[in-house]
Structures are given as C-alpha cells and as structure tokens.
Design a protein around this ligand. Structure first.
Ligand code: 5GP
Ligand code: ZN
Length: 139
C-alpha cells in the first residue's frame, strides 16, 4: 500500500527523482538529502510502513540484506572505515519521516568521532536488572 501524502512513498516509487544507488522490486536506496557524512544513504521500501512496528517481518529482513549489499559495494569506493546502520522509530527516537527507512552512515577515522552515534552508559543494580529481565522476557 502507498500513502498519497507520504514523501518517501513518492521517492521510493520514482514519482520524484532521487540519487538512486540501488533499486529492486521492493526497495530503493538513495542518497540522504542532508547527509550525516559523505555517502549517507537510505534503504526505503516501496510499500508504506510507518515504522518497525508496522513493517512486514520479511520486508524488514530484506531491508537489512539490501543495506548489507550496498555497504559492501560502496565501502571500498568511499574509503570509509566503518558504518552505522541506524533506524529511528517515533518522534522521541528522532524519527522525522514516518515511512520506514534504514540509514546507512559511513564513518571515517579522520572525523575524530564527531557526530558519532553515542549514548551515556549507566550503571544498574544487579537485582533491578534481573527483575526487569523477568518482566520483559519472551516466553
Ligand atoms: P529520520 O530522522 O526520520 O530517521 O530520517 C529522515 C531522513 O530523511 C533524514 O536524514 C533526512 O535528511 C532525510 N530526508 C528527508 N526528506 C528527504 C528528501 O526529500 N529527500 C532525501 N533524499 N532525503 C530526505
Ligand atoms: Zn510512505
């Protein structure tokens, strides 16, 4: 299904031109318009799914496979030293376009970690962690 009001539906399906790196029946991979680093690209399904909760599990699996295929091809061309695969869900998590997409962000040694994806590691009480695990675990 496509959403007539969704910009990524239009981009993924070729209704609006993009700088496309790869396309198949289900996906388009195109350059991010405001790249975090040189080579930042997006894996975008042609069908509309808002986020990881909505996306069909097979399409989700294929998105990662398409991402792997693209980064293996472009890594020696870009000469990058590492990669972040990032996928945001919900405004609070930084999602701004509500059509599922997987960010492919090349990382370069000379960036000095500038703009690197990071978080502050916290300490946690062992009992608290165990209780949390008990409340969360899948049967
Ligand atoms: P999010 O914040 O939702 O995880 O990521 C949305 C991404 O889409 C951002 O990195 C943003 O730069 C990119 N983006 C938004 N609109 C367009 C567009 O019209 N064309 C392209 N190529 N990228 C876009
Ligand atoms: Zn869409």
């Amino acid at each position: 299904m496509k959403d007539a009001n969704c910009i990524f539906c239009k981009l993924a399906n070729g209704d609006i031109p993009t700088n496309t790196l790869y396309e198949d029946a289900d996906f388009r991979v195109f350059m991010d318009a405001s790249p975090a680093t040189k080579g930042h690209a997006l894996v975008v399904p042609k069908e509309h799914f808002a986020d990881v909760y909505e996306i069909d599990a097979d399409v989700l699996g294929k998105a990662v496979q398409v991402g792997q295929k693209v980064i293996k091809h472009v890594t020696p061309i870009l000469g990058c030293d590492g990669y972040n695969l990032v996928q945001n869900n919900g405004e609070v998590a930084g999602q701004t376009v509500f059509h599922f997409h997987l960010h492919l962000i090349p990382r370069y040694k000379d960036m000095n970690n500038e703009g690197i994806i990071s978080w502050i590691p916290n300490s946690v009480d062992a009992e608290e962690l165990n209780a949390l695990k008990e409340s969360l675990k899948l049967d």
